[in-house]
Design a protein around this ligand. Structure first.
Ligand SMILES: Cc1cc2nc3c(=O)[nH]c(=O)nc-3n(C[C@H](O)[C@H](O)[C@H](O)COP(=O)(O)OP(=O)(O)OC[C@H]3O[C@@H](n4cnc5c(N)ncnc54)[C@H](O)[C@@H]3O)c2cc1C
Length: 466
């Protein structure tokens, strides 16, 4: 066994802790090569994530080097062609961790069958979830469609599990190159220079992920249930891009959160958000059609409107609704947006502007560093009312009241919409009511593109049609 090379197929697992496949490879082989397959068309509409990916590859390669492990990045148009070629050799054993998305799991089956046919030894490991997605089902064997009973069952199942023996990564004997034509991580960077700002905010590596987790547990988790609602406060963990790229395993989050004391309400609330992520991954695998279409079929007849002027104003943060504009500008500038504001801007797009949630999903996909098909599609369908266990369509967020409730002093708005920085608390969420020579609507800040009450009634009428 030792003579063969251990090949580890790196996907969303940029970490050493709880990287089951990579740990096993270093245990079984003196020589290990990690390879990343960069398939351009996957990242075609994920510009922001190209930055995170490129940095993650760069940083992870540095850490792997210290362990005598090479990281090779191979550009390919097709996983199938790549592996069909690779399987012509048999001087290796292959390892990888699961990615819980239908296309990846389908490809795993194809690959496993081919490896078996060629008598090549391979091992596939658990990916970045607490439970395997098919472990959590109702008593009658069908999938959960409602979050609360899902999470009650999933949490108990996880707690009752015997934790796997803790293993750590080993240093390899010597470093080798295995593939030809490995590219440099910089080649993946997006053409658009907009990522320059990301560099000031994020450090995409495991060390930073673990540090952020510890800071969050030390300083913010105790007030999470309340603090998570206010976008001007650092009330949430901001761990989402690290979780998406696997710099952090959710088992590590769980372990660190419950380490010191019995779970408090705040810790439970935080872990329940990890639960939503598990729920969403379960949903997209049981109902893969929802990745492209409405989970609830009755929405297939919804009278969405096409309006590129409105859509562009929304994307640019020029709708005339301060909290919406602040959120959209935060997204573009930082690659991240606060969850409360994701709900507000999402609701505004699908309800006030009557634009199909798929447009919002597509834009988020391109701009979010934490973009994940499961969370993004489920998040959008939750907002639009067409998802599983979703917010009912007729509950329409009022962007003025949402602003006044969750950004009371207007600090969040002032940060991202500086043209409103001189407005008082009274007008910050409704600048159209201000009568002041120094501030002119239409010149200093846009008129609202729709009137809230009219848009609300129009949305309710549209909903009646389905
Ligand atoms: C329209 C819309 C689109 C979204 N798109 C994405 C996306 O592409 N990727 C993504 O990771 N999240 C998405 N979310 C969920 C949520 O907004 C983010 O996970 C959260 O804001 C990330 O910030 P945080 O790490 O500080 O979260 P915290 O509050 O600290 O939560 C910890 C972790 O739990 C998970 N989580 C938190 N809230 C949710 C949720 N509502 N659903 C599923 N998982 C959750 C995330 O992994 C998060 O990092 C979306 C939500 C909406 C409403």
């Amino acid at each position: 066994m030792k003579k063969k090379i251990g090949l580890f197929w790196l996907r969303d697992d940029f970490r050493f802790t709880q990287n089951y496949g990579l740990i096993e490879a270093t245990e079984n082989h003196d020589q290990v090569v990690v390879f990343y397959l960069f398939k351009k068309d996957i990242f075609k509409d994920q510009e922001a994530q190209k930055w995170w990916l490129s940095k993650s590859l760069f940083n992870f390669r540095k850490e792997l080097n210290k362990l005598n492990i090479t990281l090779e990045i191979i550009e390919t148009n097709s996983f199938k062609i790549f592996f069909d070629n690779l399987l012509k050799k048999n001087d290796f054993k292959l390892y990888w961790n699961k990615v819980y998305e239908p296309d990846y799991l389908k490809f795993d089956k194809y690959l496993s069958n081919n490896l078996k046919n060629k008598n090549i030894i391979y091992k596939r490991f658990k990916g970045n979830t607490l439970n395997e997605i098919d472990e959590i089902k109702k008593n009658d064997g069908t999938p959960f469609k409602v979050f609360t009973p899902f999470w009650r069952t999933a949490e108990k199942y996880y707690i009752d599990k015997i934790p796997p023996k803790k293993k750590i990564i080993k240093k390899c004997k010597n470093k080798i190159n295995y593939f030809q034509n490995s590219i440099e991580p910089e080649k993946i960077l997006p053409k658009n220079n907009w990522f320059k700002n990301f560099e000031k905010i994020w450090t995409p590596n495991e060390e930073s992920a673990l540090k952020e987790l510890q800071n969050f547990i030390k300083e913010r988790i105790a007030n999470y249930s309340e603090g998570r609602n206010y976008p001007n406060l650092p009330g949430t963990s901001k761990l989402s891009p690290f979780i998406k790229f696997g710099q952090l395993h959710v088992e590590t989050i769980w372990r660190e959160c419950v380490k010191k004391k019995i779970k408090t309400i705040n810790t439970s609330k935080f872990l329940a958000e990890i639960g939503w992520r598990e729920f969403n991954h379960s949903l997209i695998n049981y109902f893969p059609y929802m990745l492209k279409n409405n989970y609830s079929k009755k929405f297939d007849k919804f009278p969405w409107e096409k309006n590129s002027k409105f859509l562009n104003a929304w994307k640019k943060g020029l709708t005339g609704y301060p909290i919406v504009d602040a959120g959209m500008r935060e997204l573009y500038s930082t690659g991240w947006m606060h969850n409360r504001v994701r709900m507000i801007v999402g609701s505004f797009l699908v309800k006030h502007l009557l634009i199909n949630w798929k447009e919002g999903e597509k834009y988020f996909k391109n701009c979010l560093l934490d973009y994940s098909p499961a969370n993004n599609v489920a998040g959008w369908q939750w907002v639009a009312g067409c998802g599983a266990d979703a917010a009912p369509y007729f509950r329409i967020f009022n962007p003025i009241l949402q602003g006044e409730k969750f950004d009371k002093q207007g600090e969040y708005v002032k940060k991202w919409v500086p043209e409103l920085r001189n407005l008082t608390k009274k007008f910050i969420h409704k600048p159209w009511e201000l009568d002041d020579d120094k501030f002119k609507l239409g010149r200093d800040y846009p008129y609202p593109i729709v009137k809230h009450e009219e848009a609300r009634l129009k949305a309710l009428n549209a909903f009646k049609k389905i």
